[in-house]
Design a protein around this ligand. Structure first.
Ligand code: 7RM
Length: 631
């Protein structure tokens, strides 16, 4: 694999990747362990869409994450696990041990009927068993579908149902800061509506009392005693599914984004090593939960493919205090640290007294992901955490892209606060106006699309290929549409400006307004609601919900509290509205479409420039909403 070490080399590699993409990617793929080499590198069209990489190639990604390292670095730490409480002992798991644990659990899955192509839902806290479960699925060719532990029972049930999972892997509970999360009881609630699930494997973490359903529920610790630590890896085709990961869209239920084995493997390792300029022996810490794509690609697969030491942290940045990240960095001598702007902003707000006690001298590279980083947070991170010595890589990518697409290469690309800078080799960004006309040259702003496939691109949305086509490949002909607005400045640097559709990035978590509205509407008094985003100092965006109360309840404050509880119950705490306004109507066009543009302006406090409201069915409702706006 060609590791880029200079700016000249970046430009040369970039050019090659555009002029001869198949030769370029074949070179990157050559260093992996393939059971059988591919016959053809790429076949594609964006109309189907139909994208295939490394056609005919046979492999198993876990042989590349684990077996391949055993001879050379079997005793090296593969994963450092840092528990929620600093007083609890963590774990260091070597490549040899991780290999054995994965094989054992893979045998447990097999014993309970999982085979190649079956879907397994994983709903777990940030404990090593989560990574083991993910890799165990991959070992036997079962397709993992990890659901973030912060989602509630109905979000979990939707996902289990959509992927038709037969097995769920969970834990009794999880620790997050001062809270205990009762995961198993959420699974029990979800499975009331998922009769297809026949087995639930439960890891013990908090020791909370759980209800074990006879014949269905089994303890992880008991099951692994019944199997061997030898599990030959299943031979997979490059284009066999590796995993499904649900992501929110503008409308309807979340989509199951599908990634396949060969292309994803090549792409995450390539981007991991080049973006972060990983050196053998480095300790890498990605703070994302494995329930999100960042955790899949840069906590589990990328670092393990590279033979790195990856850190998994169970807790939160502010427990027991706002110095926890910095404490963990010193404790484990972290070299590369990758987190989200929302975490940086919240820690910045707590003051420097939480940073001062720590040396942070092991750090070499810093990264951010998930949302635009504002210049102030970037400078704070650069100065106080990186001590002005560590390059910051602002990495832009999506669940659908599998890995990073636009980012500086650490220490190589000249950075500018707020800019993801240049596309990685193999990535061909295009900016278009709303009508789809390509914006040529620099100093332009439009919608971000990509014109050519890269190995990590989404292949389909599970069970509904048409939805994949309509969401990503239909808006602009022959382009993959990202849903993001973007500016290309005079230097050709890319700056992502944010979503142009009805999804919201709250604290770096992608949420669909429609999903939140559906949860709110579960409240018996709410007949209709509309959710929009408003700028939030720490979270990036906050959630503003306009709700129509059918019964005109007088106790507005308790109604608002009930609405929050309802969202918590049906979707999870991450979707909690920051502001709720009870209204008697919503601004709708004569065709019945909610005019979110107007609601967004009101939520932003910009009531003087609401624009043309003459097409509204009932313009008077706008006046009422403006008057009652929550500021
Ligand atoms: C990795 C991830 C994807 C959306 C994406 C953007 C936003 C992500 C950045 C960013 C500005 C960044 N996957 N986004 N990274 N915006 N700068 N460096 O977050 O599927 O959950 O979200 O996140 O809007 O479309 S995701």
């Amino acid at each position: 694999m060609s590791r880029i070490t200079s700016l000249e080399q970046y430009h040369a590699e970039y050019r090659k990747s555009i002029e001869q993409p198949e030769i370029f990617w074949a070179e990157q793929a050559a260093e992996f362990t393939w059971r059988k080499k591919w016959n053809k590198v790429l076949e594609w069209n964006f109309t189907g869409p139909d994208v295939k990489w490394f056609i005919g190639g046979k492999l198993n990604i876990t042989e590349n994450c684990l077996d391949r390292h055993l001879a050379e670095r079997g005793d090296q730490t593969a994963m450092i696990w840092e528990p929620n409480s600093p007083d609890e002992a963590g774990r260091k798991i070597s490549y040899k041990e991780l290999h054995a644990e994965v094989c054992r659990f893979a045998n447990v899955l097999k014993k309970h009927g999982a085979k190649k192509g079956d879907r397994v839902c994983i709903y777990m806290p940030m404990i090593p068993e989560l990574a083991v479960a993910v890799l165990a699925c991959a070992r036997i060719g079962a397709i993992h579908s990890v659901v973030f532990g912060g989602f509630s029972f109905s979000s979990l049930a939707d996902r289990v149902h959509d992927a038709d999972c037969r097995i769920v892997v969970t834990a009794d509970g999880g620790f997050r800061g001062a809270k205990d999360i009762p995961l198993k009881s959420v699974v029990d609630e979800a499975l009331k509506t998922c009769p297809s699930v026949t087995k639930v494997l439960v890891a013990k973490r908090t020791g909370v009392a759980v209800n074990m359903v006879e014949g269905r529920d089994l303890w992880w610790s008991e099951e692994i005693k019944t199997v061997s630590a030898d599990c030959p890896a299943e031979e997979m085709d490059s284009e066999d599914m590796l995993f499904i990961l649900y992501t929110s869209g503008s409308t309807g239920k979340p989509k199951g984004v599908v990634h396949t084995c060969g292309g994803y493997m090549v792409y995450v390792k390539y981007t991991f090593e080049n973006v972060f300029q990983y050196n053998p022996g480095d300790v890498f810490w990605c703070t994302a939960d494995v329930g999100w794509v960042t955790g899949h690609s840069y906590l589990v697969y990328g670092p393990l493919l590279a033979g790195a030491t990856t850190v998994m942290f169970e807790g939160i940045p502010t427990f027991p205090d706002a110095g926890r990240f910095w404490h963990v960095i010193d404790k484990h001598k972290v070299n590369i640290f990758y987190t989200a702007p929302t975490a940086i902003r919240s820690l910045e707000a707590m003051g420097l007294d939480f940073v001062k006690p720590y040396k942070l001298d092991s750090l070499r590279v810093l990264g951010t992901v998930g949302e635009p980083i504002n210049a102030e947070a970037w400078e704070w991170y650069h100065k106080n955490i990186g001590k002005e010595k560590c390059p910051i890589v602002d990495t832009w990518w999506q669940t659908e892209t599998g890995g990073i697409l636009i980012s500086p290469l650490a220490g190589i690309t000249k950075t500018k606060p707020g800019f993801a800078t240049w596309p990685l080799p193999g990535v061909q960004p295009v900016l278009v106006d709303e009508a789809g006309n390509e914006l040529q040259g620099n100093g332009v702003e439009g919608r971000l699309c990509i014109r050519f496939p890269w190995p990590g691109i989404i292949r389909t949305t599970y069970g509904n290929h048409e939805r994949c086509r309509a969401t990503y490949f239909e808006t602009y002909k022959n382009l993959y549409f990202t849903g993001d607005g973007c500016r290309r400045d005079e230097d050709g640097y890319y700056r992502i400006t944010g979503r142009v559709d009805d999804v919201i990035k709250v604290s770096g978590h992608l949420l669909g307004t429609a999903e939140i509205e559906n949860a709110i509407n579960e409240h018996p008094d709410i007949v209709e609601s509309a959710v929009v985003a408003f700028p939030h100092d720490i979270k990036g965006w906050g959630i503003y919900a306009f709700c129509i109360d059918e019964n005109g309840r007088k106790d507005v404050e308790s109604l608002k509290k009930e609405i929050i509880d309802t969202v918590n119950k049906y979707m999870g705490p991450i979707a909690k509205p920051d502001k709720i306004q009870i209204v008697t109507g919503l601004p709708k066009t004569r065709s019945g479409k909610i005019m979110r543009r107007i609601l967004r302006k009101i939520a932003e406090g910009e009531t003087s420039s609401l624009g043309d409201i003459s097409t509204l069915l009932d313009p008077a409702v706008v006046e009422e909403i403006v008057k009652g706006a929550v500021m």
